[in-house]
Design a protein around this ligand. Structure first.
Ligand code: ATP
Ligand code: MG
Length: 442
């Protein structure tokens, strides 16, 4: 695919922003990322720190992770660092590991290619596995690499050697003006990768930016392109959308731009006024993220899908199912229907199911049974969910109080929290550093 016509006319020379203007200090960057850039440069390669970290630092926020871009090929990167590992099949990039921190080092890419998912965070393999037709990768220059990125503010390149930022796309100005703008022609860029529709909303809500008119204009009419995105990739995006500390604003923006219905088709009769439990659940999630407390996707899906589970469960009860079976059956049906759009990992769907299925058990205020329930794995999550239900069903307040009370009376039981943490049940996966708070905590 050729470069967007609007890009071809742009000068290749970047605007260079000196230290005196941008004010970023080397100590604000990961020392490991700086080390990688220095080493590559000392070997005669070009290298810089790029993407979300430069953007976040300029906005006065703490970056989640640091990415490096270079003209060294993946093999050259691997030869330069003994702690480097190549990942991705179509577009290979290197992960360089320093203890818990992993720095992603990518070779400059040229023209925009379909399925950008490959670029970042190892999504490539999944895209390949799902049989999407993908083109061979094309390496490029630094300028081309800047232009194939999504938003202007995500394409700033910091060079520690002279402490300057190189800007090929006007991203620095946009950042100063709190403006979120796609690079190139928006329709083309959304067509190449419809996940950019969601990324536009995510960055707007998370970074409190205003969306440039041209970037906003095609979103509604292109929303249904999300149907082409594999459910597994949508699941990853949903976690980023709702566990990044701005879930409520993000929800509202998704609804405003008709994207919510693409992710959760006809879940609420009017998404503009979601059930109070959903609004409160998202706001609670944001407070927890803000306080650095863990949040889990299982709880989030329990919140989103609860209304539908209740409706379905009542229908089944009407057909003669015993209430407990009806709830379990409704849970299974709702979760598997949702999985057609968004692949919810099994451990999260079973968590949501357990949270729901514990709800009727709270109605039985029997002390001996209650004490046993306190020790159950999902007790906390289910109890927190009960507290949340009170905002829709005030009649449940005495029940919730009874359960709060009993936890205070049973001394061995630690104080309740408003959302659960889970014990680690699997060995830790290799993961890029500092991914919290966007990533689920296990
Ligand atoms: P966050 O802080 O949420 O991780 P980020 O900007 O670092 O934000 P990533 O998904 O980690 O986002 O991607 C890193 C960089 O890769 C982006 O800043 C952007 O330059 C580029 N990028 C990521 N996804 C795309 C995409 N779909 N299309 C084009 N460029 C992308
Ligand atoms: Mg990132």
């Amino acid at each position: 695919m050729p470069l967007n016509p609007s890009l071809q006319n742009q000068p290749v020379e970047p605007v260079v922003i000196p230290l005196a203007q941008h004010g970023l200090q080397p100590r604000q960057f990961s020392p490991n990322a700086l080390k990688i850039v220095e080493r590559l440069q000392s070997l005669g390669f070009e290298a810089c720190i790029v993407g979300g970290s430069v953007r976040d630092l300029l906005l006065g926020k703490q970056p989640k992770d640091f990415d490096v871009a270079t003209n060294a090929t993946p093999e050259e990167i691997r030869n330069a660092f003994k702690n480097a590992r190549l990942i991705g099949r179509r577009f290979r990039l290197a992960h360089v590991r320093f203890g818990r921190e992993i720095i992603e080092v990518a070779t400059y890419r040229g023209e925009s290619v379909e399925g950008e998912a490959e670029t970042d965070s190892g999504l490539a393999v999944r895209e390949m596995a799902q049989g999407r037709l993908v083109r061979d990768n094309i390496y490029g220059t630094e300028a081309e690499d800047a232009k194939r990125r999504d938003f202007t503010i995500n394409a700033l390149m910091y060079d520690p050697a002279n402490e300057t930022i190189r800007d090929y796309v006007g991203g620095y100005e946009d950042l100063k003006n709190h403006r979120l703008e796609l690079i190139g022609d928006p329709v083309t860029r959304y067509t190449e990768d419809p996940v950019r529709l969601l990324r536009a909303i995510r960055f707007m809500a998370k970074l409190d930016l205003s969306l440039a008119e041209e970037t906003a204009a095609p979103i509604r009419r292109m929303a249904d392109r999300l149907q082409d995105i594999p459910p597994a990739r949508l699941f990853d995006e949903i976690l980023k959308l709702f566990l990044g500390g701005h879930a409520w604003e993000t929800y509202r923006a998704l609804v405003e731009f008709d994207l919510w219905d693409q992710l959760f088709p006809s879940l609420f009769s009017d998404p503009n006024t979601p059930p109070p439990l959903v609004e409160q659940g998202l706001k609670n999630t944001d407070s927890r993220v803000g306080e650095g407390q863990p949040v889990t996707p299982g709880f989030l899906f329990a919140v989103f899908l609860w209304a539908r589970v209740q409706v379905r469960s009542e229908i089944l009860t009407g057909k003669g199912y015993p209430p407990v079976n009806a709830l379990g059956q409704a849970a299974d049906e709702v979760l598997s229907a949702q999985a057609r759009t968004v692949a919810i990992h099994r451990r999260y769907s079973s968590m949501a199911r357990e949270i729901w299925c514990m709800q009727p058990r709270f109605m039985k205020k029997n002390r001996r049974r209650a004490e046993r329930m306190l020790g159950e794995r999902r007790f906390r999550a289910a109890y927190d969910f009960l507290l949340l239900r009170v905002c829709e069903e005030p009649d449940l307040a005495p029940v919730a109080d009874w359960w709060t009370q009993i936890q205070e009376e049973v001394p061995a039981h630690p104080a309740p929290r408003s959302q659960p943490t889970e014990k680690r049940r699997r060995p830790r996966r290799r993961r890029r550093s500092n991914q919290a708070p966007n990533q689920p905590r296990r």
